[in-house]
Every structure is written in C-alpha cells, then in structure tokens.
Design a protein around this ligand. Structure first.
Ligand code: SAM
Length: 282
C-alpha cells in the first residue's frame, strides 16, 4: 500500500510513523509512506498556504491551490469519479471533525486499498472545494476538534497498517482484538478460538503469575482450553457491558453469550453495583 500525506507541518511525522509495526511495515515494503510539504506547492515568496475566509469570520482557511497541485503532481492518482466507483482501490481522504467517524470497520475497508492520500487541515479547516471536488471522503477520528489533521492521519496510518496481512507477526491477534466483528478462525488454540466478535477484547495477563499479592486468574494457568475460552468470552462480555454497552446492541450474541450475560448481570445485581470492576475469577 502507498500512503501520501499532505501537510503544512511535515516534521510532525518524524516519530509517530517510525516505531513498531508501522516502522517494520515500511522497512519490509508492505507500506510506503510519503510526506508532502504543502508549502512546496505555493508560488509566492512567503509560501502562503492560508488566507482569510470569504464572508468574514474568525481564523484562516487553507487555500485550495497547493492541495490540488500537490495531489496532481503524483500523476498516478485515479480521477475522483474512478475512486468513487465500486471496487476502487484508491481513496483521497480529508481529515475533518465533520467526517465519518473512524472505526475498526472503516479501518478494515481502508486497509484493503492500494493507495491512500491523507489531506491534513489546519486553522479553521480547508477550502470546501477540497471536499467537494478533490477528496472522495472525509474522516474524523472522534467527536472532538483537533488543531490539525496530522494526529488523525497518524492514527489512520497506524490502525490500517496493522490490518495489512503480514504487518503483525501473528495475524490471529488482530482478528481477536476489540471491535473486530468479522473474524475468521485459522488455527487451533485458546487465543484463536476466542475472537472478539465485535465486543471489547478480553483481559490479558503475563508473568509473573503472582505480583505484589495480585494473582493471575487461576483458570488461565490450569491449561484447560475450554475453560479458558469460556472465561475469555465471559470477561469480554462483562467488560463490554461495563465500558461500552452500546456495542452489545450491535453484535450478534450467541445463545451461550446471552446465558453468560445473564450470569454477569445477575452477579452485578447481587453485588448491588452495576459499575463494580469485572470479576476475573472464574
Ligand atoms: N472549523 C472546524 C470545525 O469546526 O469542524 C475545525 C477545524 S480544526 C481546528 C483544523 C483541522 O484539524 C481540520 O481541518 C481537520 O483536518 C483537523 N481535525 C480536527 N478535528 C479532527 C477530528 N476529530 N478528526 C480528524 N481531523 C480533525
């Protein structure tokens, strides 16, 4: 996959894209990331990228010319019409608080593309002609306003890179993560048999088995894969109920899930505190 990022602050990306999975994916050629300085596409001696808004009002707006010209300089980005056609493998994305909110489903969709261009706004935003005639979609990383699109671009790059086959050592680990709804099972073992199915991920523990009097749940060290699978599903359901009950309305719960959920709610009712921490005991 090739990703181009358009920004007035190219140095912003020194660091965020140079670690861990994204760094390895760049080094192995799974993903190529190019950062473009929009000021290089200005023509005046002050390298002006912004101007006052028509109609008056606060702040400055990023001008359209440098953004159009930067994108056109690539030469291999399909037309907007072609990019909007079904099955298109390219997308030009404007980072915007007003865009479709990024979630795991959208990340999976984007990770299947060959080519992505990310346009980072600043100030009051970008000239609306960018979203009307250049970008094929607007994406927001959450319902809050950032100072610029750069953080959003880094978030998108990170979340889609880890979904590109080969980027994460064990691909099963991305299948079972929180929010992953359409997971497929490819191998045996307790970790791969406990996919998230749209719930939050189950709790993870590692050595030491006992730390400052805090013990790892017994079920995880007894080697009974069926009990581990059951415990993971139950704790994932409990955590989802506690932190993100909205997800429970969207996912398809099995009869076993419903039974486990009833047990969790009953236990919470007995505790008399719906917000109490999830029990990690079996
Ligand atoms: N006036 C805009 C509004 O109220 O929607 C906010 C502009 S914001 C200060 C400047 C830039 O930050 C935007 O053009 C966009 O690129 C980026 N930005 C802000 N919030 C964002 C979010 N939640 N997701 C993605 N990008 C965001």
């Amino acid at each position: 996959m090739k990703i181009d990022i358009l920004t007035i602050f190219p140095d912003f990306f020194r660091g965020p894209l140079d670690y861990g999975i994204v760094r390895r994916a760049r080094e192995t050629g799974l993903v190529e990331i190019n950062i473009h300085d929009l000021r290089a596409f200005t023509k005046d001696k002050h390298r002006t990228v912004d101007d006052r808004p028509f109609g008056g009002g606060e702040g400055m707006v990023l001008k359209p010319e440098p953004i159009f010209e930067c994108l056109e300089s690539f030469g291999d980005v399909a037309s907007r019409e072609a990019r909007l056609a079904p099955g298109a493998k390219q997308s030009v994305i404007l980072l915007s608080a007003q865009g479709r909110r990024l979630d795991q489903m959208l990340a999976a969709e984007l990770s299947a593309l060959d080519r992505i261009v990310l346009i980072c706004g600043r100030y009051e935003g970008v000239d609306e002609r960018i979203s009307e005639h250049l970008a094929d979609r607007e994406v927001s990383i959450g319902d809050y306003v950032l100072s610029g699109g750069e953080l959003g671009a880094a978030v998108i790059v990170d979340t889609i890179t880890r979904l590109i086959p080969g980027a994460v050592g064990n691909q099963n680990s991305t299948r079972q993560e929180s929010f992953t709804e359409h997971a497929e099972l490819t191998s045996d073992g307790p970790s791969s048999t406990c996919v998230s199915g749209g719930l939050l991920d189950y709790p993870h523990y590692t050595r030491p088995a006992e730390f400052r009097g805090m013990a790892v749940p017994e079920v995880l060290v007894n080697g009974n894969h069926e009990q581990i699978r059951n415990w993971r599903r139950k704790t994932a359901l409990a955590k989802t109920l506690r932190n993100r009950p909205d997800l429970l309305e969207r996912v398809a719960l099995s009869a076993e899930d419903k039974e486990l959920l009833a047990q969790i709610k009953l236990a919470q009712g007995t505790d008399g505190d719906g917000a109490s921490p999830v029990s990690t005991k079996d």
